[in-house]
Write a protein that binds this ligand. Structure first.
Ligand code: ADP
Ligand code: TRP
Length: 325
């Protein structure tokens, strides 16, 4: 089965991205043919600094390679290296009902945050549908927040095929229900927009500082504590193995343990578990030409697939590209 997912280059990667999206996506490489890309066209709806766009694109690429994306197995590329996706987006927009886009949570949330609504923000799900449909993707591994976008893609695929014939493949979302929302240092969902994230590839000293700043309640050291209501424990549960997780839960319930201790262990485990990926990230950072080559090679492979689908789409819609120049 072909699995496809995209990630926006919109900031530094953090533990929420890692547990919620990146790690499960990397695991899928073992069983599926994966197409993963960096959604720079999508990021343009909110990121307008060209230097930051280039930098974050490479940071995301280095991050995925560092945590185990294998470019020999997985087609890994920049969205914009396949410009046909913008062409398909236009064609799909002509079969997309406006109310379908008006219902979209991501669009409504952004409006509620006071972001001015450009057409890109509104038609964002149509571009996402083009991303998914142009590679004939079967599965789309994403977090809960993206489920609606995949459902919109299914609706658009149905409309297109009804209109022009059975050309596009219906994708299914692949959502790991067991991956809970990862909390940030203030207990809200970890997100770069809340300034509460523990980033994966920042210097160790800063990681320690962030972990030590995780908000906890004021239960005295000697009292029992509820492991289900602690932000430190929520992260420990994700990073520790089963045995250690059970030990910490017991220590919480017994009392006589301060939050400083669990924070210290969380920091140690972060360094232990993410140490190898962090070292690889530094290596890639020192060899950015290699990272560029990986993306360029992935882009060529992805484009070859996209061009085949586009030939069929053009034929079905009667949009012919005049090759006799
Ligand atoms: P941010 O909220 O920092 O802007 P993104 O929306 O760019 O993060 O996240 C990319 C993907 O990472 C999301 O689609 C989601 O699946 C996952 N993700 C982000 N934050 C979390 C979190 N706190 N818990 C679980 N998954 C998350
Ligand atoms: N909208 C996704 C996000 O913000 C990124 C994305 C763009 C995507 N195109 C995609 C995800 C196609 C899956 C499939 O996380």
């Amino acid at each position: 089965m072909r699995c496809l997912s995209g990630v926006q280059p919109s900031g530094k990667l953090h533990l929420g991205n890692y547990f919620g999206a990146m790690r499960p996506q990397i695991e899928l490489q073992a069983e599926h043919e994966c197409f993963y890309f960096i959604a720079n066209y999508h990021a343009l709806t909110s990121l307008t600094d060209p230097k930051a766009m280039e930098e974050y694109t490479l940071e995301v690429a280095m991050g995925f390679l560092a945590i185990g994306l294998d470019p020999d197995k997985t087609v890994f590329f920049r969205q914009s290296d396949v410009p046909e996706v913008a062409e398909l987006m236009w064609i799909l927009s002509t079969v997309t009902p406006v109310p379908l886009l008006q219902r979209c949570h991501a669009y409504k949330d952004k409006l509620a945050q006071g972001l001015s609504a450009n057409a890109g923000l509104f038609t964002y799900p149509v571009l996402q549908a083009a991303d998914i449909l142009i590679y004939r993707s079967h599965l789309v591994p994403v977090g809960q927040d993206q489920k609606q976008h995949v459902e919109i893609t299914q609706d658009i695929q149905t409309k297109f095929n009804q209109q022009f014939g059975e050309i596009l493949v219906r994708p299914e979302p692949l959502i790991r229900e067991e991956v809970a929302v990862v909390p940030g240092v203030d207990g809200r969902k970890m997100s770069k927009s809340y300034d509460n994230a523990i980033e994966l590839f920042i210097p160790e000293k800063q990681v320690r500082k962030k972990i030590m700043s995780i908000v906890t309640d004021s239960t005295p050291v000697e009292d029992p504590k509820d492991p289900d209501k602690c932000n430190v424990m929520a992260l420990l549960r994700l990073i520790a193995d089963d045995e250690e997780r059970a030990e910490w839960e017991e220590r919480y319930r017994k009392g006589g343990m301060g939050y400083g201790e669990s924070k210290k262990r969380l920091f140690e485990l972060f360094v232990e578990r993410l140490g190898p990926a962090r070292a690889k990230y530094d290596e890639f950072n020192g060899n950015r030409d290699y990272v560029e080559e990986v993306l360029a090679a992935g882009g060529r492979k992805a484009r070859a697939v996209a061009c085949e689908v586009m030939d069929e789409v053009r034929k079905a819609t009667g949009i012919v590209i005049n090759r006799a120049r």
